[in-house]
Design a protein around this ligand. Structure first.
Ligand SMILES: [Zn+2]
Ligand SMILES: [Zn+2]
Ligand SMILES: [Zn+2]
Ligand SMILES: [Zn+2]
Length: 616
């Protein structure tokens, strides 16, 4: 078996520094036995199939100093068919809510619309937390690049080593004046950070070897998939100060080599590794704000029915780490599985996305179960229209005009063809609204409200209804929170936000696994909406006051009953969040406890007031 250095030399000799060579799917050098590699041997791609057991795996051997955040009760194993994965060691078991690993990502970057809204180091902002120790009063821009912001000088100092070169590059981009290429995307900026950190710490360190050991899918890409990779490569080169189109091939090769890439092929492999292994960067309340890379966490395999979740419970930088939390008790020898995508998506959408981005056909328990003709997928179902019946019915096939509820025995008419069309229109509106949510939130709201009317036959847990309601809830929150208390529109937006929250809350249970942090976060969001100040004259949601369809309106209590409902949600959230975010429940869990204490006081004051009135 050839050593890693020899392999690199072979690549250097074979590939010239031209982007053209990346568009043909020429196979990279593959080690002779990719299954159990010697230390520092790169792993080549394998397909990921159904869940494996310890029996068909072997212990993965790696170099000293690598993956040092892996706790001693977990181990990395390799399966013939699924590649590497992380398993609970034989003879050990893990309790639900355990933080399986705390990892500082190798690099992370906020997406461009979030650069002004979050601290680039800890990810927090003034809305993040009520706890005094996590309180952020304001964000200040870095005076060097004017591009990233920090919540404090502590965070700025903490980030400086990583930001120094980035600051210079971002400043250089601004000085282009008219030719300003605009802010590079989060992937380009995160890749830049990786490259500069490698330059600082060295390419022979365990830190960089972990990056080189991330799985690359480059040999499995079709020519169409090579193009975005080449575009990304050009953008990264430009950002790093290399301009292949304006320099001689020798000059480009020399500059790339200085940054640790002996060939274009080598750089392309690095980009492909990044694309396959990067995570969504989320705030402590699970808002997606950018991209993160952690080679250790990236070893965890995917399942649409995960037993663990990747979260950032208290932010990053000096305040926290990427954590992988066990969502249920894990048995001896069990493989840790997280979901690479939103599990609220129906099977076809999930399969498509996993194939596109990760190049595998998912055969997880959920994907297999959905092939069972007797099983009704809550992600793709219609609801029974009988008052009080909560049954979900199979999505009718085209041509169906009548369906029967097996639970209550009622039959009703349905136009399956037009429902399918409305689902497609709804999906398109969701994508459009998602891209408009920051630039034109009013239009995004309008788009979603206008498709909602035709999606009322769907079960609340169905796609795209649940996702539309989730985004709409966010848009109504943005709308009401900027209006003054006296504005009559404010009550309306607040009631609509609370209604969406109640619908999302109801739909979520069927699609997210027990213990999933999304559920706890939703309970807290709904509780906060019920606690938000609302005028005494506010009307119950009705077709006259709400922009939501009549049969989606929920009766929300007012006065002290509203507060009691909020308190109930907060207690439920505190329990759920200790599972989903680990034992402290993260920042959202801390908020839930603080809010509950204040609310209990308020409710007892209300009760005292009522008693006093009665006495008088
Ligand atoms: Zn900060
Ligand atoms: Zn800066
Ligand atoms: Zn699956
Ligand atoms: Zn029914």
């Amino acid at each position: 078996m050839s050593s890693f250095a020899a392999l690199k030399d072979k690549r250097r000799a074979r590939q010239g520094p031209s982007f053209a060579s990346t568009s043909s799917a020429s196979p990279a050098a593959v080690p002779a036995e990719p299954v159990v590699p010697a230390p520092f041997e790169p792993i080549e791609p394998v397909s990921i199939l159904g869940a494996s057991t310890v029996e068909d795996t072997k212990l993965y051997v790696y170099g000293a100093g690598m993956y040092k955040d892996l706790p001693e009760y977990l181990e990395i194993r390799v399966s013939q068919t699924r590649g590497r994965g992380i398993y609970v060691k034989e003879g050990t078991s893990v309790k639900a809510g355990t933080s399986l690993m705390k990892v500082k990502p190798h690099a992370y970057s906020l997406s461009t619309p979030n650069l002004d809204a979050h601290c680039a180091s800890c990810l927090l902002n003034p809305q993040s937390s009520l706890s005094p120790e996590y309180q952020v009063t304001q964000l200040r821009r870095c005076t060097g690049c004017l591009a990233v912001s920090y919540c404090s000088s502590e965070c700025q100092k903490y980030d400086w080593k990583g930001h120094k070169e980035e600051c210079r590059a971002l400043k250089a981009l601004r000085s282009h004046g008219d030719q300003d290429p605009g802010m590079p995307g989060e992937a380009v900026r995160a890749l830049g950070r990786l490259v500069w950190t490698r330059k600082r710490v060295g390419g022979d360190t365990a830190w960089w070897t972990e990056v080189e050991h991330m799985q690359s899918n480059i040999t499995l890409l079709n020519p169409r998939q090579h193009e975005p990779l080449a575009m990304l490569g050009l953008a990264v080169c430009r950002y790093l100060g290399i301009t292949p189109q304006q320099s001689s091939p020798e000059e480009t090769a020399r500059k790339l080599d200085e940054l640790g890439f002996p060939s274009i092929r080598n750089l392309t492999n690095f980009l492909s590794r990044f694309q396959t292994n990067s995570f969504s960067l989320t705030t402590p309340d699970l808002t997606n704000v950018g991209v993160a890379v952690s080679p250790l966490a990236a070893l965890i395999s995917h399942s649409c029915m995960p037993n663990a979740a990747v979260v950032f419970p208290t932010g990053l930088g000096r305040r926290g780490a990427l954590e992988v939390i066990a969502l249920r008790d894990l048995q001896s020898g069990e493989e840790i599985l997280t979901s690479y995508l939103d599990v609220a998506l129906p099977r076809a959408e999930r399969q498509k996305e996993l194939k596109e981005r990760y190049l595998f056909d998912c055969e997880c328990t959920l994907c297999t179960r959905e092939l069972d003709p007797d099983w009704i997928d809550p992600r793709s179902a219609v609801r029974c229209r009988t008052e009080g019946c909560t049954a979900k019915l199979r999505m009718p096939q085209p041509g169906t005009t009548h369906i029967l509820c097996n639970t209550c025995g009622t039959g009703f008419a349905i136009d399956a063809v037009s429902l399918q069309q409305h689902i497609q229109l709804g999906t398109a509106a969701l994508q459009k609204a998602d891209s408009l949510q920051f630039s034109d939130p009013a239009k995004a709201r309008y788009l979603l409200v206008s498709v909602l009317r035709n999606l009322t036959p769907l079960a609340r847990s169905s796609y795209p209804l649940l996702s539309i309601l989730q985004l709409l809830q966010q848009l109504f929150i943005t709308a009401f929170s900027v209006l003054p208390f006296e504005d009559p529109e404010r009550d309306r937006f607040l009631q609509d936000a609370a209604t969406c929250a109640a619908l999302v809350f109801a739909g979520m249970d069927d699609v997210y696994p027990p213990g999933h942090p999304t559920k706890g976060v939703q309970s807290v969001t709904m509780a906060k909406l019920l606690m938000a100040e609302i005028s005494d004259s506010a009307l119950a949601p009705s077709p006259a006051t709400s922009s939501l369809p009549a049969d989606m309106l929920v009766l929300l209590p007012m006065g002290v009953c509203r507060l009691r409902m909020a308190l109930e949600l907060l207690s439920k959230a505190s329990r759920d969040l200790r599972l989903g975010f680990g034992k402290d429940g993260g920042l959202v869990g801390k908020d839930a406890s603080l809010l509950a204490v204040g609310l209990e006081r308020e409710i007892s004051m209300w009760s005292a007031l009522r008693t006093n009135r009665r006495i008088r």
